[in-house]
Design a protein around this ligand. Structure first.
Ligand SMILES: Nc1nc2c(ncn2[C@@H]2O[C@H](COP(=O)(O)OP(=O)(O)OP(=O)(O)O)[C@@H](O)[C@H]2O)c(=O)[nH]1
Ligand SMILES: [Mg+2]
Length: 201
């Protein structure tokens, strides 16, 4: 549940970009950071390893203005996707209000996407949260590779693997070029705020 300060009329909403290592979560936030400078009050915080992998999380606060008299700040986080960091992933999910699942469309990442989604389900369970009730958007990232000779998964396969049961909004995207990064963000913000409003008012 979002952090609501009734006295100062502020709401802090936590959205987490989750998915397998090297899928493009940090690149999503970097693109958002570069496009929405005036809505971002502070610097993007990145805690990374020497080779640019996320070590703990990336953090980007995003101001969306007032809703029903409340000043709403969206806090965007990424998790470290490397398999060994599950304890950290679970920690970052604490208090989550909405999730973007960033899948990697490369064919050789098929199993990793599925494993990561299954682990997300389990990690949420430890907080008594149900993935099926969570505001969620799927992003099939690196779609620009279609133009290369790297084999990629079809959207039918991705939908079947990852979204067959969940049936949430899904976007093909390229965080590298910015394709569909902002539509993904807008969708998760509107879904999450909708769900918070239902709980608040
Ligand atoms: N071709 C292509 N490469 C991408 C895209 N998005 C990210 N990458 C590349 O994939 C690599 C990993 O991207 P990151 O954003 O660091 O991935 P991550 O999900 O944050 O990875 P972890 O922090 O390890 O979990 C980088 O070399 C990016 O430039 C994309 O849309 N297309
Ligand atoms: Mg990262």
């Amino acid at each position: 549940m979002a952090l609501i300060n009734v006295k100062s009329k502020e709401v802090q909403v936590k959205i987490v970009y989750y998915g397998p290592g090297r899928g493009g979560k940090t690149t999503n936030l970097e693109y958002i950071n570069s496009k929405y400078r005036d809505q971002i009050k502070t610097e993007m915080v990145s805690l990374k390893t020497h080779d640019d992998r996320t070590l703990f999380f990336d953090f980007l606060p995003f101001d969306v203005g007032r809703i029903k008299g409340f000043e709403v700040t969206i806090q965007l986080y990424t998790v470290p996707g490397q398999v060994k960091y599950n304890a950290t992933r679970r920690l970052v999910l604490r208090g989550v209000d909405g999730i973007v699942f960033v899948a990697d469309v490369q064919k050789d990442q098929r199993k990793k996407n599925i494993e990561s989604l299954n682990q997300l389900y389990e990690n949420l369970e430890t907080y008594n949260l149900d993935l099926f009730k969570m505001p969620l958007v799927m992003q099939y990232n690196k779609i620009d590779l279609r133009k290369s000779n790297i084999p990629i998964l079809s959207s039918q396969i991705l939908q079947k693997d990852l979204n067959g049961l969940l049936k949430v909004p899904a976007f093909e995207a390229s965080a590298l070029t910015g394709g569909n990064v902002i539509p993904t963000l807008k969708k998760i913000i509107s879904t999450t705020l909708g769900s918070i409003q239902d709980q608040m008012f």
